[in-house]
Design a protein around this ligand. Sequence first.
Ligand code: GAR
Length: 207
Amino acid sequence: MKNICVLVSGGGTNLQALIDAEERGEIKGGRITCVIASRADAYALQRAEKHGIKTRVLVRKDYADVAAYSKAMADALTEEQADLVVYAGFMTILDEQVCNAFLNRMINVHPALIPSFCGKGFYGLHVHEAALAKGVKVSGATVHFVTAECDAGPIILQKAVEVQQGDTPETLQKRIMEQAEWKILPEAVSLFCQDRISVENGIAVIK
Ligand code: GAR
């Protein structure tokens, strides 16, 4: 059984999708063993506690810089014996020491079809604001491996979602979560836990 550590910063609906999938027996070969939040008031912590999952809080401003924060996070993940680290709405940058220590063992869900609307500054509702400002007719979500370069790691799964006339960032976010994120994140986690994802020449391949 692989130990899954989930990193969160906010509401935690993607964490909830993972918990629900695990409870339905859909995460084959893995279980969520720890949830680590970057904010003590993240509602995601309550979701974890309700399901008896261990929680920890690591607040960025308690550390001098990104390097010190990243070291603390790498230590925590090692203590938790994490086999897989999932960024589920985790909004704090970690440096390459964590990315390298967990290379191809860290995945992120991003609320757009990478390489569109991604990289520095594209997070949460900002992503959907940018998609609507561009007038795209299709957006979606991407699950990818985390590398030191923001949103640039190998793509594991993607799902497209239609943009509708009159969408606001909030309505588009909700549709992308419901139709894409909450489906492809648990699916990718389950594939990983069954050792069905490999990275070949920078490309994720599903067996
Ligand atoms: C989700 O839409 C997730 O894709 C996004 O933040 C939201 C978190 O919601 N993540 C990013 O933008 C990362 N670049 P949640 O806390 O309810 O899962």
